[in-house]
Design a protein around this ligand. Structure first.
Ligand code: FCB
Length: 509
């Protein structure tokens, strides 16, 4: 990546000038906030890193919620215990050749059985919030119908143990493990799934909503649609742009219908989101690249947020959205409109350029946990942008760029665009393979640096008026990293998969 072509964000582009932002923002929350800009490193520092003197002075508001995040399929194991149905991830990982190292989530961290111990570990790390997901096929093995009470009872006990440990249960309702039976009915491109999903969400709120008050319908809905149906990197492994568009629209309907069914079942419920977002920077100063970056932001970051907040799709496409291909029916704008109580997201950054002059092609590539557009042809005939993950900052061992300033830029941008919503950072982390030394310690210094830098920038966004109330590190412990199996480790706690032994890493301490 050529550094010379990276442009600083300017207010004219709709990005943030810090002074303007402050003046328009709410009064800074809490007492002990950092009061000056996080300063970017000097030449002898790691590119993109924050001065250590700035990191040292970083403070967060009192009451800020520190948490960690996991997902059912990545940690639970117990893949067919207590009447659980098959999920698309069970099917995928049981298909030879799909997962690096031929591992599966059949056992993973065995959190299904070891959760009392893991929650005690989280408490010992002073965690106050735990974002976990519920496995839909444990609740409805075939995706529809009466709940499997053994599944409900499991999560009921799980939530009780969290509360006993003083940890807020933050429930992600869908973190990618669709019941296979629903995929067999057409998967997310089938709009009937919106109602099935809302029924499932309502069941959860009915049985658990007396204790869970924070619900996020989907983890990274764009990735569900794009990686599952657009490029086929994740199950159900379809690579068809029309299926992607249809899946995306069903998910928009589903998130709003779920919000309504959750609130109907639980008066304490607040509903937000767990979007994956990438702050997008135009690759060059050209108007075409600026417009492409705006389309990228609309498609990859704001698509589902705008749908639910405003009942419309943002300008993600060159021209009008392809409503017909999406399966959009008149009246859908009302169904998908259901404003959230808070907005949750996490990020890595992208440089975006216009791909209008390239041959349109519905392809793409997959690297680490992120998606890159096809390097030659651009992405598709509708959005026509090409996004690249820069490598200006250091890359983690999982191949993602570390660029702390990105979280400041994204948090302040979303704050401005959506009138300063309450924000939760639903996950953020880095993959490094550090393992225990002979003395038993795991000195994962790179992860410590990652969090120090990122948190300095996040604190700055709060000082500048963003209403961020939590930060969840991905992840409490090493776990099954989707198609990358056990080849990546994101945890604050090391897991030895041979014997399920947990070792708190230095970053955890
Ligand atoms: C996020 C996913 C999470 C995990 C981390 C590394 O995008 O939501 O499940 O895979 O990446």
């Amino acid at each position: 990546m050529q550094r010379s072509i990276v442009l600083p964000l300017s207010p004219e582009e709709g990005h943030l000038n810090r002074r303007q932002f402050v003046s328009r923002s709410l009064a800074a929350v809490g007492a002990s906030l950092v009061s000056r800009n996080a300063q970017i490193a000097s030449a002898d520092q790691v590119p993109g890193s924050v001065l250590s003197s700035t990191v040292q002075k970083t403070r967060f508001p009192e009451g800020f919620l520190w948490g960690t995040a996991t997902a059912a399929y990545q940690v639970e194991g117990a893949w067919k215990d207590d009447g659980k149905g098959e999920s698309i991830w069970d099917r995928f990982t049981h298909t030879p050749g799909k997962v690096k190292g031929a591992t599966t989530g059949d056992v993973a961290c065995d959190e299904y059985h070891l959760y009392p111990q893991d929650i005690a570990l989280a408490k010992s790390l002073n965690q106050k919030s735990y974002r976990f997901s519920i496995s839909w096929p444990r609740i409805q093995p075939s995706g529809v119908g009466a709940p499997n009470m053994k599944g409900i009872d499991h999560y009921s006990r799980f939530v009780d143990v969290l509360l006993e440990n003083g940890i807020r249960p933050f429930c992600t309702i869908y973190h990618w493990d669709l019941p296979q039976a629903l995929e067999d009915r057409g998967g997310w491109p089938n709009r009937d799934l919106a109602s099935y999903y809302a029924d499932y969400a309502g069941i959860l709120a009915r049985y658990l909503g007396d204790r869970i008050t924070v619900w996020a319908p989907f983890n990274m809905p764009w990735s569900v649609a794009y990686m599952g149906y657009g490029i086929g990197a994740f199950p159900p492994c379809r690579a068809n742009f029309t299926d992607f568009l249809k899946a995306a629209h069903t998910i928009s309907l589903a998130q709003a219908q779920a919000l309504r069914s959750i609130k109907a079942a639980s008066s304490k419920a607040t509903v937000g989101s767990a979007y994956g977002m990438c702050p997008a920077y135009p690759k060059t100063d050209s108007e075409a690249d600026r417009a492409a970056a705006a389309r990228y932001h609309a498609m990859n970051n704001a698509f589902f947020l705008e749908a639910t907040m405003k009942g419309q799709y943002p300008k993600a496409f060159v021209g009008e959205p392809p409503y017909e291909l999406m399966g959009f029916k008149s009246g859908d704008e009302k169904i998908m409109h259901a404003p959230l109580d808070w907005v949750g997201f996490h990020y890595t950054r992208r440089f975006v350029s216009d791909a209008s002059s390239s041959r349109a092609f519905g392809g793409g590539g997959f690297s680490g946990t992120e998606i890159e557009a096809d390097p030659v042809t651009g992405r598709d005939p509708y959005t026509r942008f090409r996004a690249e993950m820069p490598a200006e900052g250091p890359l983690t061992e999982s191949g993602l760029e570390v660029w702390p300033r990105g979280i400041y830029d994204l948090v302040t941008q979303i704050s401005r665009e959506y009138d300063h919503p309450i924000i939760e950072i639903t996950e953020s982390g880095c993959g490094y393979l550090d393992s225990p030394y002979e003395d038993g310690r795991v000195p994962d210094q790179r992860r410590i640096e990652f969090f120090r830098n990122e948190l300095a920038e996040l604190a700055q966004s709060i000082a500048d008026g963003a209403r961020v109330r939590s930060f969840h590190a991905w992840s409490l412990m090493d776990n099954f990293e989707w198609a990358n199996g056990h080849t990546e480790r994101y945890g604050l706690i090391y897991v030895d998969y041979r014997n399920q032994k947990r070792t708190i890493k230095d970053s955890g301490y």
